[in-house]
Design a protein around this ligand. Structure first.
Ligand code: HXC
Length: 515
């Protein structure tokens, strides 16, 4: 009798493991995609996966749905370990009704999200879904709403990472957008609110899936995707790398790694990276690579808004978040996209106890109607807000130009930055010398006998007097001017000095960031 029951159970369990069945699995492989279970195996430490809710089915009977029941109901959920650290996860199963979200699927997903938030572990979501299951109507829409609700509850408590591998349509795009990181896979992932068919009907626009919502579109243009992976393997490696820099939750520090790199390592070549002519670009990444442990910089949003660089590195084994202007792109000016990119990263670091190191070389906020009408004031202010809000240790190094609002925004002293340093090459001023003289001395130059030589003289004078770090240092807004060669040890010592930094603000529900 008991053996019958056991046989019955084992049969159900086997069925559950087969998801939508052999044919659907084969079709998934033919599309160049792994199945949900194969993805989980790739991501987690061997044999570490414990599944939850494998026997869940939907309870819907309209549209002949009673004949389309599959164990698991389109999503595989559970927990396991990545390099020994516990994570909770859910992976949409495209072999079951196109991985569409049902009422029960949403319950499965929110259950693991609740567990993860309570025990303080990261949540990984693997998306491959047609979105809301049309047959279930409002039940499935409400399901998405409950996922968004749990995304918000988990936000800033545990890291949330999305691997978007396959279609992600309709409601399935908004949950990823509410997580900390989105990784898309080139040529396989698409994310869109409405697909090409709807775009054609509504707007008469012809656009391919990839052009509309492919990995490159979201990695380069919209910024929805933080990473574009070449394939699913690289996608999972990216998750692992990301987690290595992050704590399990907001009450913990990121793991300390013995990198073996000398904290006192100097680099006498650093100053040579910055050209003598401030109008000539250079690659800020060379400076970042020199400073961080073993020259390893893990860049985030590498393809999007490249005029600002953000990412993780380690200094003496501890994770730091790096924000830097990139003089190679738009001269390092701050525009709408780069302001959004940098502010979001600063807030992420603050959520997860990651000190922020800011490297500055920027001529200012980007001017022009395109930027003004697009809301550079609104978006640019987010960066100010984010730096002011962040209470983690903040260290800023001014390397070159630090003009105007962008000087202020890039972690200046009075935004609450703890340690501010400058290289001797720094130019800290309200405006660049040319622009300053043009405004201050316009009439004088216009009426001069030799306007060209007067202007040159005034510009040289301004440069000598103000385009340097010493005025700021004399007021203490720069704590000290440093030899560029010593940048790495200086930052490491500053971080040591700021260990156990505690900063309490007046309690409030939440601030009202200018979204
Ligand atoms: C029910 C769906 C479905 C859906 C796909 N399927 N999407 N079933 N509801 N939303 C089913 C298909 O009928 C098919 O079933 C199986 O899933 C696989 O789909 P295919 O089309 O055969 O696969 P493929 O060619 O790879 O195309 C995948 C796709 C496409 C790009 C996702 O199916 C698609 O465009 N689906 C619609 C996406 C969409 O517009 N979703 C928005 C829903 S509204 P069989 O039985 O043949 O295997 C929404 C609103 C929420 O999400 C808003 C919250 C803010």
């Amino acid at each position: 009798m008991h053996s019958e029951k056991l046989k019955n159970f084992l049969h159900k369990r086997r069925q559950a493991e087969q998801s939508g069945g052999e044919e659907k699995i084969q079709s998934q492989h033919e599309k160049g995609k792994l199945t949900a279970r194969e993805r989980i195996d790739l991501l987690l430490d061997e044999s570490s996966f414990t599944e939850i809710d494998a026997l869940v089915t939907h309870h819907y009977y309209e549209f002949d749905m009673q004949n389309k029941k599959f164990f698991g109901d389109g999503v595989v959920t559970g927990y396991g370990t990545i390099n020994g650290r516990k994570v909770f996860l859910f992976a949409y199963d495209f072999t079951v009704l196109g991985g569409t979200l049902s009422e029960m699927g949403a319950k499965k997903i929110t259950k693991v999200m609740e567990h993860a938030t309570r025990v303080g572990c990261p949540i990984i979501g693997i998306i491959d879904s047609g979105g809301a299951r049309i047959q279930e109507g409002i039940l499935s829409l409400d399901g998405f709403a409950s996922i968004f609700y749990h995304n918000q509850l988990a936000s800033g408590v545990v890291p949330q990472i999305t691997c978007s591998i396959g279609p992600s349509a309709g409601g399935a795009v908004y949950s990823p957008a509410m997580t900390d990181f989105v990784i898309m896979v080139d040529k396989i992932s698409t994310m869109f609110v409405t697909g090409p068919e709807v775009v054609k009907t509504v707007l008469g626009e012809e656009v391919s899936f990839d052009e509309l919502g492919g990995a490159m579109s979201h990695g380069k243009i919209s910024g929805v995707s933080h990473f574009v992976a070449k394939n699913e393997y690289q996608c999972m490696d990216t998750v692992k790398s990301l987690l290595s820099y992050m704590p399990q939750n907001n009450t913990e520090e990121p793991p300390i790694v013995d990198t073996g790199d000398d904290p006192n390592r100097l680099d006498n070549n650093l100053i040579n990276i910055v050209p003598e002519n401030p109008l000539q670009p250079y690659d800020m990444k060379e400076i970042i690579h020199s400073i961080v442990d073993n020259h390893q910089f893990f860049e985030i949003h590498e393809l999007f808004a490249q005029n600002v660089i953000v990412g993780f590195g380690r200094l003496h084994g501890k994770t730091v978040g790096i924000v830097a202007n990139q003089p190679m792109v738009l001269a390092g000016a701050l525009d709408i996209d780069s302001s959004n990119k940098a502010s979001r990263f600063v807030r992420l670091c603050d959520c997860y106890n990651i000190p922020i190191v800011t490297l500055v070389d920027t001529p200012g906020y980007m001017p022009g109607t395109h930027q003004e009408h697009g809301g550079i004031i609104r978006h640019g202010s987010k960066l100010l807000y984010a730096y002011c809000e962040a209470t983690v240790p903040k260290i800023t190094i001014i390397i070159g130009k630090a003009y105007g609002g962008a000087y202020i925004a890039m972690g200046s002293k009075n935004l609450g930055t703890d340690m501010n340093y400058a290289w001797p090459t720094a130019q800290i001023a309200v405006l660049g010398s040319e622009a300053a003289v043009r405004i201050m001395n316009r009439k004088e130059i216009e009426t001069a006998k030799d306007p060209i030589s007067l202007k040159k003289q005034l510009v040289d004078n301004f440069t000598e007097k103000f385009a340097n770090p010493y005025v700021a240092a004399s007021y203490g807004t720069i704590d000290t001017v440093i030899d560029p060669a010593e940048t790495r040890p200086v930052i490491i010592r500053a971080l040591e000095g700021l260990t156990n930094k505690r900063e309490r603000r007046i309690p409030r529900k939440h601030g009202n960031i200018n979204l």
